[in-house]
Design a binder for this molecule. Structure first.
Ligand SMILES: C[S@@+](CC[C@H](N)C(=O)[O-])C[C@H]1O[C@@H](n2cnc3c(N)ncnc32)[C@H](O)[C@@H]1O
Length: 237
């Protein structure tokens, strides 16, 4: 299947290609390791049963995909989809290091046209990826389309804390401090300017939940993590 990648997606893919080598280290430093706690919660919600299969959209270097495989039955599989071939290459190396190569497939592709048949997976997971989508509603429709009946989507994303005081501290850290820290330790300044802008543009948790309902999910709910610095959205197919 030939899929057209938009100019926006090409730009995002190229940016993640550039930051791929430093991505994991910078994440840990800039989030003080809290991102790993958030991923553990997402993993609990997305754990696979025997024979089940998940799609990790915007899988990057595979943090979520590998965590889910580690905590699920030995015959489960994950397909990691990402715009960035460099991120997926690192995902492959990490899978090999963890002895999980045989349970993970990697596909370069876009969330807006997932290269999978209708009703073909049991989970769709996305960690810190959906705010980058050119068309979030279309991406969520794709998540719903590929899920089997009884399947579940688990979407973990950065968000702006609703509390005004905490929100102001968070914005100062995110917009002023973290790009400087990232640049100082050798990160890509453009990427760390893009990061706060993409979070600021991302719809509220309530709005994302509404989009999930429109996309056809039922029992849609969300959990705010760390005062709303991140949010996990869950929807059932
Ligand atoms: C911030 S990283 C997160 C990686 C990983 N999920 C994690 O938890 O660390 C976002 C990833 O989403 C990918 N991405 C962004 N937009 C995408 C799209 N429309 N389709 C597929 N992947 C996308 C990027 O290339 C990048 O690797």
């Amino acid at each position: 299947m030939k899929v057209d990648i938009s100019a926006h997606e090409r730009r995002i893919g190229a940016m993640f290609d550039r930051v791929s080598r430093r991505y994991d280290g910078l994440n840990r430093i800039l989030s003080f390791g809290v991102d790993q706690r958030w991923r553990r919660r997402a993993t609990d919600l997305a754990r696979l049963g025997p024979h089940e299969r998940a799609l990790d959209v915007g899988a990057g270097t595979g943090d979520l995909a590998l965590a889910i495989l580690r905590s699920s039955a030995a015959d489960t599989r994950v397909t990691a989809v990402d715009l960035s071939a460099s991120m997926l290459r690192l995902c492959g190396l990490r899978a090999a290091g963890a002895g999980l190569t045989r349970r993970i497939d990697r596909v370069v592709g876009t969330a807006n046209a997932l290269p999978f048949p209708d009703a073909s997976v049991d989970r769709v997971i996305a960690g810190f990826a959906v705010r980058n989508f050119a068309d979030l509603a279309a991406g969520l429709r794709e998540f719903r389309r590929v899920l089997c009946p009884g399947g579940r989507a688990v979407v973990l994303e950065l968000s702006t804390p609703p509390n005004r005081l905490f929100g102001a501290i968070y914005r100062f850290y995110f917009e002023q401090l973290s790009p400087r820290v990232a640049t100082f330790i050798g990160g890509d300044p453009e990427a760390y300017r893009y990061l706060p802008a993409s979070v600021a543009r991302h719809p509220s948790a309530e709005a994302v939940a509404a989009l999930m309902r429109v996309a056809g999910f039922s029992a849609v709910r969300f959990e705010r993590l760390t005062f709303g610095a991140a949010t996990i959205h869950v929807g059932e197919a």
